[in-house]
Design a protein around this ligand. Structure first.
Ligand code: ARG
Length: 404
């Protein structure tokens, strides 16, 4: 038995985190379990979740609406960073974890808890993200991780829960493990564990299939200010409304499905299905407005740093020195990222078809044109190329000599 009196448990309403409540009390000897659930726009009703925690033995059940900070302080930085883990996954789940962790720590402080807890298993990424974030924010707080230690199968977990009045999941036969929030859904397990099996249509909720998507394409225009998306089709929207709108437009056209083999922090490869329509659309548009407004060398370095940033966030290092330093670099670049991007959505595709920036375009028509108002000095190219190619010619000549 641990000598822990009061624990704040990160709570989703699912079986694992529900079973954590009696488990912490019976097996760990915790006196009081207070649950904390974050509303991240997942669309679940929160009152039933609150009730569920109380029914499972929680002495209090807190629910907090974190949608706005989630989008403003986590999703928008990811858009500015064009963050795609392994070039493809826009981190919809990963971005939520440091926010939940920091609220968890805050609640623990407010109510004088001596530990926090989460229901992550021992082979996922989320345990890493929670543990590292909590450790950085509150090194003195204990982190209890029953689901990592109890060694029960899913069936055994359900049976254990039933002993304490935790109802078996309604969709006992739904084989999938799902995580969702306003940015998207992640689906694993069941038939998806065979990487060659195509995802059945039933796993998708935010995006239409190619068959159901409208026959007619739709053009949209997304505008950016300081690297943040601010309007869609000329309508100014606050960050949360903008993500909702992007989700709905992209989702209707079946854009934003991802089917990948992904490298987890704990060293295993897993097959992941995501649908993140709005976030992917906004990253695509953001990349495009940057290509117009940032210089070639900044773009080149930024794209390398973007990959680093995405790795850090995926690997649970949101609160880290390197992440902090990269944020500083990105911030300096984004003041120039202003303008609009036009895209055509059609049958699972979002194709860029135009871009403009009044204040920050580095595209100079008189330099680019092949017409009569061309101002580029063609003669200057000759001397430039002589010097540019000098090292190559010297190297080639030397290697030729050695061969002869
Ligand atoms: N593989 C994704 C990630 O690491 C999704 C994880 C989903 N989490 C979950 N508890 N089902 O970000």
């Amino acid at each position: 038995m641990l000598s822990v009196k009061k624990v704040v448990l990160a709570y989703s309403g699912g079986v694992d985190t529900s079973v954590c409540i009696p488990y912490l009390k019976k097996e760990y000897g915790v006196e009081e379990v207070i649950t904390f659930a974050a509303d991240l726009g997942q669309g679940d009703e929160l009152e039933p979740i609150r009730r569920k925690a109380i029914d499972a033995g929680a002495s209090d059940s807190l629910v907090d609406d974190l949608i706005q900070p989630f989008i403003e302080d986590f999703a928008f930085p990811a858009i500015r960073a064009n963050a795609l883990y392994e070039g493809r996954y826009p981190l919809s789940t990963a971005l939520a974890r440091p926010l939940i962790a920091s609220r968890l720590v805050q609640v623990a402080r407010e109510i004088g808890a001596d530990a926090v807890a989460h229901g992550c298993t021992g082979k996922g990424n989320d345990q890493v993200r929670f543990d590292v974030a909590i450790g950085s924010l509150a090194p003195d707080l204990r982190v209890l991780t029953p689901a990592r230690e109890w060694g029960m199968s899913r069936e055994e977990t359900i049976t254990y829960g039933e002993r304490f009045g935790i109802p078996a999941p309604v969709s006992k036969k739904s084989p999938y493990s799902i995580d969702l929030n306003l940015l998207g859904r992640s689906v694993e397990a069941g038939s998806l564990e065979d990487p060659m099996t195509p995802p059945p249509e039933e796993v998708f909720e935010m995006t239409s299939s190619i068959d159901e998507a409208p026959e007619n394409p739709q053009e949209i225009e997304i505008s950016f200010k300081d690297g943040n998306p601010i309007s869609i089709n000329g309508e100014s929207l606050d960050p949360v409304a903008l993500i909702r709108k992007a989700n709905s437009i992209a989702g209707i056209h079946g854009f934003g499905r991802i089917d990948i083999i992904e490298d987890r922090v704990v060293g295993i490869k897993s097959r992941e299905i995501y649908e993140t329509p709005g976030l992917l659309l906004l990253i695509k548009a953001h990349q495009e407005i940057e290509s117009l407004t940032l210089s070639a060398d900044v773009l080149r370095l930024k794209s390398q740093l973007e990959r680093e940033w995405a790795n850090l966030v995926y690997q649970g290092l949101w609160f880290s020195s390197l992440k902090h330093a990269l944020d500083g670099f990105f911030e300096r670049t984004q003041s120039q990222v202003n303008g609009s991007v036009k895209l055509r959505l059609h049958k699972g595709n979002a194709i860029v078809i135009g871009r403009c920036s009044d204040a920050n375009s580095l595209y100079i028509p008189d330099m680019a044109t092949y017409g009569s108002d061309d101002e580029f000095d063609h003669q200057a190219a000759k001397g430039f190329i002589y010097i540019w190619g000098l090292p190559s010619r010297i190297w080639a000549a030397t290697t030729r000599k050695k061969k002869n």
